[in-house]
Design a protein around this ligand. Structure first.
Ligand SMILES: NC(=O)c1ccc[n+]([C@@H]2O[C@H](COP(=O)([O-])OP(=O)(O)OC[C@H]3O[C@@H](n4cnc5c(N)ncnc54)[C@H](O)[C@@H]3O)[C@@H](O)[C@H]2O)c1
Ligand SMILES: O=C(O)C(=O)C[C@@H](O)[C@H](O)[C@H](O)COP(=O)(O)O
Ligand SMILES: [Zn+2]
Length: 365
């Protein structure tokens, strides 16, 4: 039998939806109340499908279920792979009443969500995230899309899911490296908006790394609360939502430079958040002790702390110049005013940015 641990709602008026967090939900939690018609198309990949597909089918009693299985990897978050979803939908004559279900990590979620945003100009979808990163971040908030060789997530749409179903048991099969990647986004919430959560993470890091169920449930719930609040205040990133991008300007540059899939998204965000904390010190915003606190926690999550070998400051500047947050050619960065208080600025000094980049190049170590 399943156990629902926590439930919360992303408050977006008529686009509001629940996030249901529990244990043993895959296979027994009934998701049909969030399915509009009779047809369900589950989008998964060739790693997650063999682990959880049969169980998830049990969440849709009485519905006609089809499946499309994508190749696994960030390098497949592209047009060609996205088309496999459209091919499957069209070959079987799916209509606007079909509900897509994203079963997998953030890559599957972003692609299935984007397919749902586009297919016949928009069909409903449900997120069933199975990585820590997707449970705390990508399944919530409606950012969907694919990568372009010149930049991360450059093609996409805002499209909110009907519901998010999080079964924390699925994390028991997750490789260690993916657990660390997910922890980067968890730490992000403490840094941007919730100092007390950061303090709790400092106390709980060892429990989280050993996949203690109670600690995971708490970390996922508190992360989802934070993300849901920010998204409810600024759904389409007019302003505040950009704080969810802490570390991402540097991190996306790293992912693109390294080649999609070589650095995990969370790994790049971990290094990127250390860089953001470093720049915040250089800008006179936080103390060196605050930076040390952020860096120590990111290190304890077993995340990398140097840029990829061969990457130069110029590579960073070129890749960061295409960031979506930039306006009129000005680099906009998320920095920290304090631990638990982030803001977006285009006023960071060019000298300080250059010094931060240099400090994180591999030869600096
Ligand atoms: N839309 C958003 O708001 C948002 C937020 C954060 C990240 N993202 C995107 O999410 C992606 C990263 O997501 P991710 O970290 O989940 O990576 P991922 O989707 O690549 O999954 C990581 C790996 O774990 C495997 N996997 C998934 N669930 C598993 C399980 N339960 N057991 C064993 N293996 C499992 C996957 O097949 C994959 O190999 C990036 O593309 C990033 O840009 C989007
Ligand atoms: O939901 C958001 O908003 C975020 O920024 C969450 C990020 O963790 C995530 O990686 C997101 O995909 C980044 O968005 P992008 O627009 O900078 O590509
Ligand atoms: Zn992210």
């Amino acid at each position: 039998m399943h156990k629902v641990l926590r439930e919360l709602k992303v408050e977006l008026g008529e686009r509001s939806y629940p996030i249901i967090i529990g244990q043993g939900l895959l296979g027994s939690f009934d998701l049909t109340p969030w399915v509009a018609g009779q047809q369900v198309m589950i989008v998964t990949n060739d790693t997650v499908g063999p682990l959880y597909l049969e169980k998830v089918k049990g969440c849709f009693p009485g519905k006609a279920i089809e499946v499309v299985t994508l190749p696994d990897g960030e390098q497949f978050k592209d047009w060609q792979t996205l088309n496999l979803i459209f091919d499957a939908l069209l070959e079987k004559r799916h209509t606007r009443k079909t509900t897509l279900v994203a079963l997998g990590g953030g890559v599957v979620g972003d692609m299935a969500g984007f397919a749902a945003a586009c297919y016949q100009r928009g069909v409903p979808f449900i997120q069933v995230p199975t990585t820590l990163l997707s449970q705390v971040d990508s399944s919530v908030g409606g950012k969907t899309g694919i990568n372009h060789p010149l930049g991360k997530n450059m093609i996409g749409a805002f499209h909110q899911p009907q519901a998010v179903l999080i079964d924390t048991n699925s994390l028991q099969t997750l490789p260690e490296r993916e657990v660390s990647a997910g922890l980067a986004e968890v730490i992000k919430y403490g840094l941007i908006r919730d100092e007390s959560f950061l303090a709790w993470l400092e106390d709980s890091m060892e429990s989280l790394l050993r996949l203690d169920a109670e600690a995971l449930g708490e970390a996922i719930y508190r992360s989802c609360v934070c993300k849901a609040e920010v998204v409810a205040l600024d759904e389409r990133e007019g302003g505040l939502r950009a704080i969810l991008n802490l570390g991402h300007t540097f991190g996306h540059a790293i992912e693109t430079f390294a080649g999609y899939g070589n650095w995990l998204h969370g790994e790049a965000v971990g290094t990127g958040m250390m860089m953001a904390a470093d720049l915040s010190v250089r800008e006179g915003l936080i103390s060196a002790d605050d930076r040390a606190r952020a860096v120590a926690l990111i290190r304890r999550a077993r995340l990398p702390e140097w840029a990829p070998s061969g990457m130069t400051s110029e590579d960073f500047m070129n890749l960061m110049s295409v960031d979506k947050k930039n306006v009129d050619g000005r680099l906009r960065l998320v920095l920290l005013k304090a631990i638990g208080d982030a803001f977006i600025t285009e006023n960071a000094s060019a000298d300080n940015i250059r010094d931060t980049l240099r400090a994180f190049l591999p030869q600096a170590g």
